[in-house]
Design a protein around this ligand. Sequence first.
Ligand SMILES: Cc1cc2nc3c(=O)[nH]c(=O)nc-3n(C[C@H](O)[C@H](O)[C@H](O)COP(=O)(O)OP(=O)(O)OC[C@H]3O[C@@H](n4cnc5c(N)ncnc54)[C@H](O)[C@@H]3O)c2cc1C
Length: 203
Amino acid sequence: MPGYGWMFPAGDGTVNIGVGALSTMKGFKKLNLNTLLDQYASLVRESWTLGEYIEKPRAWRLPMSCMKRSGPGWVAIGDSAGFVNPMNGEGIDYALESGMLAVNCFLDNPETAPQEYDRQVGERFDDFLRTGRRFSLIIGHPWLLKPGLRIAVGTQSAADITLAVMGNLIDSSTPGVAGKVMRLADNVLRVADPVLRRTRAKA
Ligand SMILES: Cc1cc2nc3c(=O)[nH]c(=O)nc-3n(C[C@H](O)[C@H](O)[C@H](O)COP(=O)(O)OP(=O)(O)OC[C@H]3O[C@@H](n4cnc5c(N)ncnc54)[C@H](O)[C@@H]3O)c2cc1C
């Protein structure tokens, strides 16, 4: 299943525990996240001496794209602009970065800020997020997810590159093996994109 479980100790003897899944996976609409959460909790219950839930589980969506992120006098940042990394669901960094860019653009010139902001976030995030969305289509197919994972984390060097790619720490212009892998992945994913969309896992 493309997704992950997490657990954060809250510091007062309680934990924040949860699960998330990519909507590109086969049968997503039939997936019961409450059941998945129970299963995940049962895996870690003993080692973490977990008790019962103290709150009812809640659900949220992570937006990974948006239709429009700027207009006359306004810009959208963070989640409202769809800046969530499809490879790992992270959005805090992108929210902070896009917020800082927005502030600087408006301080520099409020007239041109929306266009300038759009250009700057496009330069910083668009290629990476597009690759990430294609990646999320791939891992939505179990027959691609399993062999793909074996390659991506099969050795320490491969895992290091995977981590750097997932964290937006390298791009196709990065020198060395990491940049080459990114360029290759970009090209393969671009070519595979129409096929992946057509065979996109249906509910
Ligand atoms: C369960 C879960 C786990 C996550 N884990 C991670 C993680 O480990 N790492 C990571 O990087 N990201 C994680 N994310 C994603 C991350 O939380 C978001 O991408 C990030 O918080 C987006 O920041 P934001 O400022 O754009 O939006 P938000 O943090 O959602 O902030 C928007 C704020 O606006 C307020 N608001 C909404 N409407 C109005 C209104 N009309 N008037 C005034 N205020 C309003 C909201 O109350 C909220 O406080 C996770 C998300 C979820 C749901």
